[in-house]
Design a protein around this ligand. Structure first.
Ligand code: NAP
Length: 294
């Protein structure tokens, strides 16, 4: 059955990928909102403004599902603008949730909410409430905890997402691409582990969640744990980029603390959505094809 889906943050990396996915690959009707105009933005406005949220609901009252990706998502921006970060990542999330109470609500949290000490986190693990590593993580934890209690809510905890996007909105891969194109060295942590996932598969999973009317908390990551350095090396080899531009480091070069072992298991979503998340190799092949095409 065709549904009405509202995507927040529709001009961003994940939001625009979701918008294109629902528009081109499903029967659903998709609407996008963000602060920037463009082909994926139908209603433009700032979600920290309660008047805008009221107007959004008045204009789009019959949304079956809200997919909330809008956030201050760059860790360094969050450290520089802590209050604003909380306003976007927590307060606006709560206001949107209240305005769209009768819709299903899919909230994009992050894999970084786990303490990152032992890794291999499953959805039942405690999330770091005391002493989060940085402001981005602290705000995501608060919103994650609130949204986890919602009756018809879904909280997604994806690992770092990547993909080639034509408009070059920053993501884990395009940060690397920018550096290589400028001939600059990419410093990449050898001691931070994760399960990077191509955004296309995240879109397919969100589609399944909506079609099967799933609810609850779900991790989303590739099956293999990889270091950030190891991932960049695999990508650079596949895309024939000079490996001399990749340098392995301990910890992040921007000085902002992050947990070391942020690996997750994604068995629950695969079982509930009847979906097999492909291998990291397969995802990097997809990235390679996109890269060659553009
Ligand atoms: N990217 C990853 O690897 C990753 C990993 C785990 C979780 N996540 C989560 O996934 C979600 C999407 O991430 P992303 O990489 O797509 O982020 P992004 O590219 O930075 O996009 C963020 C979107 O939010 C919008 N936005 C920010 N503040 C807003 C405001 N006050 N009012 C209205 N719109 C606002 C932005 O609009 P403008 O264009 O106007 O700025 C943009 O469309 C985020 O919640 C992030 O925390 C991301």
């Amino acid at each position: 059955m065709s549904k009405n889906i509202l995507i927040t943050g529709s001009s961003g990396f994940v939001g625009s990928a979701l918008y294109h996915y629902f528009e081109n690959e499903t029967m659903h009707h998709v609407f996008g909102t963000s602060r920037r105009s463009g082909s994926t933005t139908d209603e433009m406005g700032d979600i920290t403004d309660p008047k805008f949220i009221r107007r959004l609901h008045a204009v789009l009252p019959h949304m079956d599902c809200v997919v909330h990706t809008a956030a201050m998502a760059r860790t360094s921006d969050c450290e520089k603008n802590k209050e604003r970060c909380r306003g976007i990542n927590v307060d606006a999330t709560v206001n949107l949730d209240n305005a769209f109470k009768s819709s299903k609500f899919i909230f994009f949290s992050t894999y970084a909410v786990y303490d990152g000490i032992h890794g291999d986190h499953t959805e039942g693990d405690c999330i770091t409430v005391h002493d989060p590593a940085n402001t981005y993580i602290a705000t995501k934890i608060t919103a994650d905890q609130i949204m986890s209690t919602r009756r018809d809510g879904v909280v997604l905890r994806p690992s770092a997402m990547f993909g080639y996007d034509m408009e070059h909105k920053g993501n884990y891969f395009t940060q690397l691409l920018d550096k290589v194109q400028k001939g600059e060295v990419m410093k990449s942590p050898k001691d931070q582990f994760f399960n990077p996932v191509h955004v296309h598969y995240v879109c397919e999973i969100v589609g399944r969640i909506i079609d099967r009317d799933l609810r609850g908390v779900y991790n989303i990551g590739c099956p293999e744990a990889e270091s950030k350095y190891g991932f960049n090396k695999e990508v650079m080899q596949k895309l024939d980029m000079p490996l001399s531009l990749l340098v392995g480091v301990e910890g992040d070069s921007d000085g902002i603390p992050r947990p070391d072992c942020q690996t997750i298991f994604s068995h629950k979503i695969q079982r509930d959505a009847d979906y097999i998340i492909p291998s990291l190799d397969h995802m990097i092949d997809r990235l390679h094809k996109e890269y060659k095409r553009w």
